[in-house]
Design a protein around this ligand. Structure first.
Ligand code: NAD
Ligand code: DAU
Length: 356
């Protein structure tokens, strides 16, 4: 038995592969294009482990994917592969359209061809699980109820629009062809191996380097935060027991403003790695020009996955964020390797024109 994971060298995908193989001997075929966000160092602990087969390639390479499916006969395909950063989608949407929409379409086509050729028992047991985001639902006002699975799609950025399109394709492949699909829509993840272009790792890395902590706009935007290992356990549970064709919202019941997040990170660093001059890290906060079209609030109602599948997060924000800050302190080599030339170019592009 095997599963095929796409995007398994990225932040969530690598956490998923590591957790999967910590709990099961079922083989993982890991297909990843190794964009700037893919990092084989995340999977270094699996070197020499025959249960993990890494394949360097694109989900849009139909021949490659078809060959992998025929050769390894997976019982499930889990699609994590995507361009995932909203700011990058604003600077350059094309890769988002190529991978998130066209790539997902090509992957679905290859999977449909493979699945159609299976015998009936294996067809029934097969699953295509699509990992998506709460951003497809758009933005909430402060007093509006959290997103349920029935909330209408109102994506506002090129990133969320591309993810929404992929969700619709996945839904259509179930409705039209009967492909046994499942979709998860999750809130903001944080934890180990998070690429430091995203809020929490960026704040940790910049704080330790003595750099500005760039808060977009007034910092009062709200996100729901979930420790990445809890997202991984939700995906395993949906794969195991989710109802075909259904979508499941996944969240941490943990809404925070961006400023609260930055203050929490600063306070933990003050405790765990105080500044040499004894001053608080909060002094490094700098308010900068807002993200264009910035969604004000996301909130996830995770009642369905709790009631139907018995899943709930095991970390609180307090325990998860402490583990995360400690992980970055303990893994400074990983951070140093990630801060490569191309990452520095991104920082220049995204932050040089934002006024402080
Ligand atoms: P990430 O950017 O860290 O990783 C994406 C991975 O996909 C990288 O390893 C990259 O090399 C790979 N990839 C990109 N294009 C590819 C292609 N064409 N073919 C094969 N591989 C390709 O992203 P992440 O934060 O780990 O997110 C994973 C998935 O979860 C995405 O689909 C994202 O939309 C979704 N999601 C993310 C979050 C979050 O907070 N990070 C929350 C909800 C949902
Ligand atoms: O909600 C789920 C989504 O969460 C995922 O689908 C995306 O893949 C993931 O990147 C994340 O999107 P966000 O845009 O919410 O994450 P990001 O870390 O980029 O930003 C979080 C918030 O912090 C957002 O309101 C913008 C703000 N921000 C971000 C950066 C990078 C800042 O204020 N300053 C910054 O420098």
């Amino acid at each position: 038995m095997a599963i095929l994971v796409t995007g398994g060298a990225g932040f969530i995908g690598s956490n998923f592969v590591l957790d999967w193989l910590a709990q099961s001997d079922e083989m993982v075929i890991n297909l990843d294009k190794l964009t700037y966000a893919g990092n084989l160092e995340n999977l270094a602990s699996l070197d020499g482990d025959t249960r993990h087969l890494f394949v360097h390639g694109d989900i849009g390479d139909s021949a490659l994917v078809a060959g992998l499916l025929v050769e390894h006969q997976p019982r499930a395909v889990l699609n994590f592969a995507a361009e995932s950063h909203v700011d990058r989608s604003i600077h350059g949407p094309e890769e988002f359209i190529k991978t998130n929409i066209v790539g997902t379409f090509q992957l679905l086509e290859a999977v449909r061809a493979y699945w159609s050729g299976l015998d009936l028992d294996r067809q029934k047991a097969f699953r295509f699980l699509h990992v998506s985001t709460d951003e497809v639902y758009g933005s909430l006002d402060k007093d509006e109820p959290a997103f349920t699975e029935q909330h209408q799609y109102e994506p506002n950025s090129p990133y969320s629009a591309s993810k929404a399109a992929s969700d619709h394709l996945v839904r259509a492949y179930h409705h039209t062809y009967g492909l046994p699909v499942l979709t998860t829509n999750c809130s903001n993840n944080y934890g180990p191996y998070h690429f430091p272009e995203k809020l929490i790792p960026l704040m940790i890395v910049n704080a330790l380097a003595g750099k500005a902590l760039p808060v977009y706009g007034d910092g009062q935007q709200i996100r729901d935060w979930l420790y990445v290992k809890d997202h991984c356990s939700a995906i395993r549970r949906v794969l195991e027991a989710g109802e075909l064709g259904e979508t499941y919202n996944v969240g941490g019941w943990n809404e925070k403003t961006n400023l609260e997040i930055v203050h929490t990170v600063c306070a933990l660093l003050d405790e765990l790695r105080p500044r040499a001059d004894g001053q608080p890290y909060q002094q490094q906060i700098a308010y900068v020009t807002d993200r264009p079209g910035h969604d004000r609030r996301y909130a996830i109602d995770a009642t369905k996955i709790a009631e139907d599948l018995g899943w709930k997060p095991s970390e609180t924000f307090e325990t998860g964020i402490r583990k995360t800050v400690q992980w970055y302190l303990n893994n400074q080599d990983w951070v140093a390797n990630v801060l490569s030339g191309s990452y520095r170019e991104w920082l220049e592009k995204n932050y040089s024109e934002r006024q402080i």
